[in-house]
Design a binder for this molecule. Structure first.
Ligand code: SF4
Length: 468
């Protein structure tokens, strides 16, 4: 089973304007959420047309392809796989034609019990054309719809079967629908387009690029339906707690996004400030691993009174190492993408800020790059507390063995990455910086306590780990 970390978008024009270009631009703004494949599905003249491909958004789409994508309502998706099955058949949106119409789905998240649900569907004769959990969701919704002919009821009863994280963009014969899982694990925001239509997307940056206006977040457990008769919100599924993914704030989302009403940039800046308050180190400068650690380092620099300097220059044409599919590719990418500014750092005691340490490979290589460039000391500071357990809810941290903090002390990690000192953010500081209470957040990869039941389904996922 594949587990995705992706971005979704859906746009409904109020003036019958063709929206494929807007979806394309929104996907470009969400490109950081998935770089292996992308796709757009439009509804036009009662039919669904799709364009999907492997690669970046501006590699897959060109003017000719976008021109052919007619229609004033559509959905889009960017994706990367986490188990190596990076194939076109898993690219989304996923389209299912059934006896009463068509449905297209784009999904961000991970369905923990997808394998169990897939087996149950197969036992009733359901055929599958992909290994994606999104196809499982699509077939479940279609089955429920064929029974009730009520799409909201079909989605609500599918939600009751799903365990895991999901933000969905759904296109049906007469509506555009946004769905967010009852814990709100993955983000999903709602906005208004300039013509009075609707847009929803994984992050609010997708609105900025097409001059749409942020309205609010899709609520956990909400089904938001836009059709010719207007927009309607349904909340069949309310839970007392939420579980917003903390990693969206510290690493995954763009700093210019606002998630669940909280600006990501400000969270990262505050984390730097909180780190500075309890840091005794003496240093000449603080430098970020660009780009994602910049706000952390700026906050730290201001609070601690140590000058902020750029010590590493990023080659912007190389993808983020964390989401490249193999270890070898990730190591090569570190060398390709960061070059030290030797004149800034030679002979200096450097505080190096990063947003997180996952495998430790990148930190080790960057510290070695800085030392080779003449840094006298390198003190590593990390915006995210130690990641000790794999994420089961949609972010690529597949095994305990690959996580450097899963079985090592901070001192052992410091030694492994070659830093002169190492300090992580504390969980209580992370909670304070985000500004929500602990029961509103998912901290599963830090604490091993997940907001949904995972253990029951672990056995089913073993073949996935073995395949790697
Ligand atoms: S386990 Fe970690 S990365 Fe995964 S959803 Fe929870 S907080 Fe986010």
């Amino acid at each position: 089973m594949l587990r995705d970390k992706c971005g979704v978008v859906g746009i409904y024009s109020a003036s019958d304007t063709k929206v494929s270009y807007s979806i394309f631009y929104a996907l470009l703004a969400l490109q950081h959420r998935g770089q292996e494949s992308c796709g757009i599905t439009m509804r036009t003249d009662g039919d669904f047309i799709s364009e999907k491909g492997m690669g970046l958004v501006n590699e897959v789409f060109n003017l000719e392809k976008l021109d052919k994508l007619h229609g004033s309502v559509g959905i889009g998706h960017v994706r990367y796989s986490t188990t190596g099955e990076s194939e076109l058949f898993n690219a989304q949106p996923f389209v299912v034609r059934h006896s009463k119409g068509t449905i297209a789905i784009a999904h961000n998240g991970n369905i923990v019990n997808a394998e169990e649900l897939r087996e149950k569907l197969k036992a009733t004769g359901q055929a599958f054309v992909s290994t994606s959990d999104t196809e499982v969701i699509a077939h479940l919704i279609v089955r429920e719809y064929l029974k009730s002919e009520d799409m909201v009821e079909a989605i609500a009863s599918t939600m009751r079967k799903l365990v895991g994280s999901y933000s969905l963009a759904i296109l049906t014969d007469d509506a555009l629908i946004a769905v967010r899982d009852p814990l709100g694990i993955r983000p999903l925001s709602l906005g208004r387009t300039r013509d009075g239509g609707y847009i929803f997307a994984s992050e609010s940056v997708a609105f900025d690029v097409i001059n749409a206006k942020f309205e609010r977040d899709i609520k956990p457990g909400e089904i938001f339906v836009v059709s010719a008769s207007g927009a309607k919100s349904h909340r069949p599924y309310k839970l007392p707690r939420r579980a917003y993914c903390m990693f969206e704030y510290v690493y995954f989302s763009r700093p210019d996004s606002v998630l669940n009403g909280i600006p990501v940039y400000e969270v990262r800046e505050k984390l730097g400030m909180l780190m500075a308050e309890r840091d005794e180190v003496e240093a000449d400068l603080v430098t970020p691993i660009p780009d994602s650690a910049i706000p952390f380092a700026l906050g730290y620099s201001r609070a601690k009174g140590i000058p902020y300097r750029e010590g590493l220059i990023r080659n912007r044409y190389v993808g983020r190492t964390f989401i490249l599919p193999s270890q070898q590719a990730r190591e090569l990418a570190v060398k390709l993408k960061l070059n030290p500014l030797a004149r800034q750092i030679a002979g200096k005691r450097v505080v190096l800020f990063d947003d997180s340490i996952v495998r430790g490979t990148t930190s080790r290589r960057i510290i070695s790059i800085l030392k080779d460039a003449g840094a006298k000391e390198v003190h590593m500071r990390v915006g995210c507390p130690p990641i000790k357990s794999p994420c089961k809810l949609g972010i690529d941290m597949p095994t305990h063995e690959e996580l450097i903090a899963s079985a090592r002390s901070v001192e052992e990690i410091r030694s492994a990455i070659g830093a002169d000192s190492l300090k992580y953010t504390r969980i209580e500081d992370l909670i304070e910086a985000i500004g929500l209470s602990e029961d509103q957040l998912c901290l599963g990869c830090l604490t091993g306590k997940y907001p949904v039941e995972i253990a029951k389904y672990e056995q089913l996922r073993l073949p996935v780990y073995l395949k790697k």
